[in-house]
Design a binder for this molecule. Structure first.
Ligand SMILES: NC(=O)C1=CN([C@@H]2O[C@H](COP(=O)(O)OP(=O)(O)OC[C@H]3O[C@@H](n4cnc5c(N)ncnc54)[C@H](OP(=O)(O)O)[C@@H]3O)[C@@H](O)[C@H]2O)C=CC1
Ligand SMILES: O=C([O-])C1=[NH+]CCC1
Length: 343
């Protein structure tokens, strides 16, 4: 039980605790928790309503509350006993922020972690960086489940990143640190931003699994998508950027962006032919209500073994973003922060 005053953990403090293996594990726990309906078994479980939106003239405030029970915080600690975590992320998206002088991020948020027994606030974590990490980790887990599990020859795979803003950058860094690709192709509406990311990635490459990776920048979305095995779309576009004709017959897409309408990045001719997996049905009922496609199930259902992965074709992870991701990743970072202070 917490009797201390709540702590505030800044973005800079949080950055030093980044550990992709632990973050992927936290995401698996979140996915399992939303799909598991049996509270008495060994899997995590959750309580999570659809998030709410408050619209203003300049942007939107999202309220994302969630609870995860029976989850393992640290993958690496084999003696970990299951934990329960209650949290709420408040996050805003103000689209004109990047154009301000000096520029500000479009998305700004905080995660509030509560004591699970007393309901008292324990910690406030700045959440811009964590949101990027957990969104990228969700895509990586989805790609492992929907693509790497069905691909036999993993020797020459190509990753495409469409949109190299905050989310696109963390996706590129996350994939570099956790999966092997022969090539990473970048496209961004403003080319200078993909040039900046290319320079950053080139510095990181020697310390990742991908020492030989070739990174390139492309002038059109079509050219960037050509030959890609895995694609990430991380833009705020309101009109489709990728069409069926740009794609190989077997490809996996993580569609994470597009703000108000989550399915704006891909053309209808892709949705007509693909298998869509989502993060949570409760959110999809609200936020993907207008999506006309074959929604097969949740990523957590694959992890639980209650849904199977299509053998081939186009798979899409339509990432909405959910509170349970912030719950398990927020708790992981809070525990790491406490460990560091007690050392
Ligand atoms: N699924 C999830 O869990 C999450 C989803 N998101 C969503 O991801 C998207 C990206 O967020 P973030 O990276 O933080 O934002 P940034 O502002 O950092 O980046 C926005 C990106 O979108 C591009 N873009 C904007 N408008 C267009 C357009 N009309 N056509 C093509 N590209 C465009 C920008 O290009 P340029 O550099 O040229 O401006 C930039 O690459 C947002 O829609 C956000 O809502 C964010 C967090 C979590
Ligand atoms: O899931 C999330 O945190 C967000 N989705 C869009 C803006 C922030």
């Amino acid at each position: 039980m917490t009797t201390e005053q709540p702590v505030f953990i800044s973005e800079n403090e949080l950055k030093q605790f980044t550990d992709w293996k632990e973050i992927l594990h936290a995401l698996e726990q979140a996915f399992l928790a939303v799909s598991n309906t049996d509270k008495s078994g060994s899997h995590p479980y959750s309580s999570q309503p659809a998030r709410t939106f408050v619209h203003t003239e300049g942007g939107v405030l999202l309220c994302m509350p969630g609870f995860v029970g029976n989850h393992i915080v640290f993958k690496s600690d084999k003696t970990s006993t299951p934990s329960s975590t209650l949290a709420c992320k408040l996050i805003t998206s103000f689209g004109d922020n990047p154009k301000r002088d000096p520029p500000l991020p479009d998305i700004n948020g905080n995660i509030f972690l509560f004591d699970n027994i007393t309901g008292k606030l324990q910690a406030t974590l700045e959440a811009n960086y964590i949101t990027g990490l957990r969104t990228a980790a969700a895509s990586i887990v989805a790609t492992e489940q929907l693509f790497f599990s069905r691909v036999v020859d993993k020797s020459n795979l190509v990753l495409g990143i469409i949109g190299t803003g905050t989310q696109g950058e963390l996706h590129a860094i996350g994939f570099l640190n956790t999966q092997k690709f022969a090539k990473i192709k970048l496209w961004n509406r403003t080319r200078s931003r993909s040039e900046r990311l290319m320079a950053k990635l080139s510095d990181l490459v020697p310390s990742t699994l991908n020492a030989e990776v070739v990174i390139s920048i492309h002038g059109s979305v079509e050219e960037c998508c050509k030959d890609c095995d895995v694609i990430v779309t991380a833009t705020s576009t309101s009109t489709p950027l990728i069409f069926r004709s740009f794609l190989k017959p077997d490809v996996h897409i993580n569609a994470i962006g597009a703000g108000r309408s989550h399915h704006a990045e891909l053309a209808q001719d892709i949705y007509d032919q693909c298998s869509v997996f989502i993060d949570y049905k409760t959110g999809a009922k609200v936020e993907l209500a207008n999506l006309k496609s074959n929604i097969v199930g949740e990523i957590g259902e694959i992890l639980l073994g209650t849904k199977s992965v299509p053998a081939n074709g186009i798979s899409v992870f339509q990432s909405i973003g959910m509170a349970t991701e912030d719950v398990t990743v927020g708790r992981l970072f809070y525990e790491k922060y406490k460990q560091a202070r007690s050392d």
